[in-house]
Design a protein around this ligand. Structure first.
Ligand code: NAD
Length: 398
């Protein structure tokens, strides 16, 4: 790992450097410093947005054919494959997950998502609509322009890919801020994006804090959309900033609390394995955990934790605990569980006999305060295009 990561994203004006505060974000998971990276402030966001706008107006955006975007995204997928070990190592160092898990889960899924959206890039079509004989009416799905994207720390690479792939497939330019805790894989991805052949300025990564750099992305007049993954509280601030600036559309993937229902006639061994997988990812065939304390003596790790005999009104039941923590509640019958599990399962994803099953072609997103819009699948593309209706008069006279 080099001592410092610096921007390599060369552009005519931006030069990939953050001029304001050169080195101040400390990157650490275990309590030990890995490296220092630049902290962007509002002025840096403005530079990145104008560079992205320039890239969108010139060789990219409306004039880049879909087949070109497909080719570039395929190049990128291949480069991620070639750099899988490096990316997995960065995720392990930076985020704290294991190298083997990053290699087994984060990397293959990231590659699949890039390939999936590469397949869409030359299939972004509108409709022709039958109206009058003397009129030709059709729609075009055009890229939005400069889109802002803000992502969290739990899957730094995967969240980066989930955000950029549909935006690039549809021809947008991007200003993205990774979490201040896990920015390193996004910086390496900048190099790979450039190597894949994307024009300079199409993807711009800003490293910095949420209430400065993140807030600037959501409040700028020239970002035409903002896509966010993170906490509900932060999502609310982003929506407010978007509303107060240019009413930019907002897509939000937020937190939440979902029930995992197990009836007494279930195959309990399977049910426990899937539940453990849902809660703890790293362990499928685990035994019962109590936990509740910190794991090890260094760093920011907690033991896998199960609370038993919880009541629906308790805070640990109602509010998200974003970590390997489960809460067990008993129920008597179907009516009781539906009452406790929030009326009739109003959730964006329902898993039956499994947990965490996901596919690039299947939508992902939440109901209510867990999100607005959908990632993945064809649904994701709708959030990165504007629909233009064209009416052509074929008559000679009015
Ligand atoms: P967070 O909301 O604290 O931070 C997420 C990102 O937002 C970071 O990049 C942060 O710097 C930025 N940010 C913070 N304040 C901001 C502001 N005022 N304006 C703009 N940006 C700002 O979330 P986190 O702790 O990084 O991630 C954990 C949360 O993310 C959990 O609630 C989890 O459920 C949620 N999450 C949801 C999904 C999903 O798909 N629904 C996926 C992963 C994580």
């Amino acid at each position: 790992m080099p001592e410092t990561f610096s921007y390599t994203w060369d552009t005519p004006t931006y030069q990939g450097k953050l001029p304001s505060v050169p080195v101040s974000l400390l990157v650490e998971t275990t309590g030990k410093l890995i490296t220092k990276i630049s902290e962007a402030v509002e002025a840096d966001v403005d530079i990145a947005v104008s560079v992205a706008q320039k890239a969108f107006d010139e060789p990219w955006g409306l004039r880049a054919p879909g087949s070109k975007r497909t080719e570039l995204l395929w190049n990128l997928a291949q480069l991620i494959i070639n750099h899988s070990d490096e990316l997995a190592a960065i995720e392990a160092l930076d985020n704290g997950k294991t190298f083997s898990w990053a290699k087994k889960v984060d990397l293959p899924f990231s590659i699949e998502v890039v390939k999936y959206f590469a397949g869409w890039a030359d299939k972004i079509t509108g409709q022709t609509i039958e109206t009058l004989e003397a009129k030709f009416a059709y729609t075009r799905h055009e890229p939005i322009g400069v889109v802002g994207q803000i992502i969290p720390w739990n899957f730094p690479l995967l969240m980066f890919i989930w955000k950029i792939a549909p935006a690039l497939a549809t021809g947008n330019a991007i200003v993205l801020k990774p979490s201040e805790f896990t920015a390193l894989s996004a910086l390496l991805m900048c190099e790979l994006i450039m190597e894949a052949g994307f024009p300079p300025g199409v993807v711009n990564v800003i490293t910095g804090y949420g209430n400065t750099a993140g807030a600037a992305i959501s409040s700028r007049m020239k970002t035409e959309k903002v896509a966010f993954t993170g906490r509900t509280l932060t999502g609310r601030k982003i929506m407010e900033a978007a509303a107060k600036s240019n009413l930019k559309p907002v897509t939000l993937e937020l937190g939440g609390k979902s029930p995992n229902i197990i009836f007494d006639d279930a195959d309990l061994e399977q049910a426990i394995n899937w539940t453990a997988h849902g809660l703890l990812w790293r362990r499928r065939n685990c035994t019962y955990y109590i936990g509740g304390d910190r794991f090890g003596t260094d760093g920011h790790f907690v033991s896998s934790t199960i609370f038993t005999d919880a009541k629906p009104e308790m805070k640990i039941v109602k509010e998200e605990i974003f970590g390997p923590v489960g809460v067990v509640i008993k129920f008597t019958d179907e009516q009781d569980v539906i009452r406790q599990a929030i009326l009739q399962l109003q959730a964006g994803t329902v898993w039956v006999n499994c947990i965490h099953e996901s596919h690039p072609g299947v939508s992902f997103g939440g109901y209510k305060q867990s999100g607005i819009g959908r990632e993945m699948g064809e649904y994701a593309l709708q959030h990165y295009t504007n629909v233009k209706a064209v009416h052509i008069n074929l008559r000679d006279k009015m």
